[in-house]
Design a protein around this ligand. Structure first.
Ligand code: ADP
Length: 373
């Protein structure tokens, strides 16, 4: 049981820096998901916490102790990988109890602990089976049992569900969440799958190219993305983004093709005249005559609704609609976007504009804003 603190963590391979100074505080008992596309540095960060990779600069503390120089086994972390590599010739019980065996824990005590861990993972009836006689999900649970039995201070998961089929992934996600609720062990979980992150995390750390773009609850990163990158990465689909010119007097954004989109200017009092990017969720779009006019491209059927893809002002816009009727590619579309749901981002940096944060009294450290004319 421990909190984790990262201070100015950097990692360089040869001359290339791949993690550019990460600061992060994870209170004891929290489940934090590090989310980002392949190659953004999330596994490297996790492996530095585990002690499997050296740190180029910065400090990592676990439970208040700087662990930079500690060996992996001295850090109290248990790691679960994507390739969980169980010992094929050992039974489930032997696999789970292996770390206790090699540290000399007596057999009776070992068996008791194995039975307890196996029961908590629903593996009691499989204790005598070999990994080859288990399903993928059961094998993954054995791998988790192997980590749990060491009663670690911290659980580290590195894309543990990536090899499982879609259904099993959903089931294991629930298992991991339940396990965390039961044990309350501080957990860091790495994934590139935003749905996995949204459903599992207490807080999500969104990474991009070796930097942290945002840290927040799933609701935070979904509702108030700090950057256009986070906005487009989170959500299915991501936020629609349309560049334009803001007129604060009329509360209108003029898009590249001259069409006008109204936003709620009272929610963005600090925003000035000038270029910006307007963002809105697919759910904020409805079909309405005399709205934004564009062309229909294609529809994704969700069963309960459709995702309608169209081209507006030269950009793709996706609308989540209950029933769009029959449409053929190229058909004209007219979308209304609720002004209250429009968010504004800096046209150059992609940072969320300061207006809304100020209204809520949450002044940000970096608050890029347009120059008021
Ligand atoms: P992610 O987990 O987000 O997919 P990684 O942390 O594995 O990303 O990798 C981050 C970057 O570091 C990538 O560009 C990768 O190619 C590079 N990298 C990772 N490990 C090494 C290594 N041992 N030597 C050189 N470059 C590496």
């Amino acid at each position: 049981m421990a909190d984790i603190a990262l201070r100015g963590i950097r990692k360089t391979y040869g001359k290339t820096e791949v993690v550019h100074g990460v600061d992060l505080d994870i209170p004891h008992g929290e489940l934090v998901v590090i989310l980002g596309p392949s190659g953004c540095g999330k596994s490297t960060l996790l492996r530095m916490v585990a002690g499997l990779e050296g740190i180029t600069a910065g400090d990592i503390s676990i439970g208040g102790q700087v662990v930079n120089r500690l060996e992996p086994r001295e850090r109290g972390c248990a790691m679960v990988f994507q390739n969980y590599a169980l010992y094929p010739h050992m039974t489930v019980a032997q696999n789970i109890g292996y770390s206790l065996k090699i540290t000399g824990v007596p057999k009776t005590q070992r068996n008791e602990k194995v039975a307890k861990v196996a029961a908590s993972l629903g593996l009691s009836e499989f204790l005598d089976r070999k990994p080859g006689q288990l399903s993928g999900g059961q094998r993954q649970r054995v791998a988790m049992g192997r980590a749990m039995i060491r009663e670690p201070k911290v659980f580290l998961y590195d894309e543990p569900l990536s090899n499982l089929d879609a259904r099993l992934r959903v089931a294991m996600r629930v298992e991991i969440r339940k396990l965390h609720q039961r044990l309350g062990t501080t957990t860091l979980f790495v994934t590139h799958d935003q749905v996995e992150a949204m459903t599992l995390a207490d807080r999500i750390v969104v990474m991009n190219k070796g930097v942290v773009e945002q840290v927040g609850t799933p609701a935070d990163v979904y509702q108030r993305p700090e950057t256009t990158y986070v906005a487009s990465f989170i959500g299915t689909p991501g936020l629609n983004l349309l560049p334009g010119i803001v007129d604060i007097d009329t509360g209108v954004i003029t898009l590249r093709d001259g069409q006008r989109l109204a936003y709620d200017r009272h929610r963005w009092p600090d925003v000035g005249h000038g270029p910006a990017i307007a963002g809105f969720r697919a759910e904020a779009v409805s079909l309405a005559p005399n709205g934004l006019s564009g062309r229909f491209d294609f529809a994704e059927e969700l069963g309960s609704a459709q995702l309608i893809h169209g081209t507006f002002a030269g950009e793709t816009v996706i609308a989540h609609l209950a029933d769009a009727g029959h449409l053929s590619p190229g058909d004209p579309l007219s979308f209304h976007v609720d002004p209250g749901n429009i968010q504004l981002f800096d046209a150059d940096s992609g940072w969320r504009l300061a207006g809304e944060a100020r209204v809520k009294g949450e002044a940000r450290k970096i608050a890029p804003r347009l120059v008021t004319a």
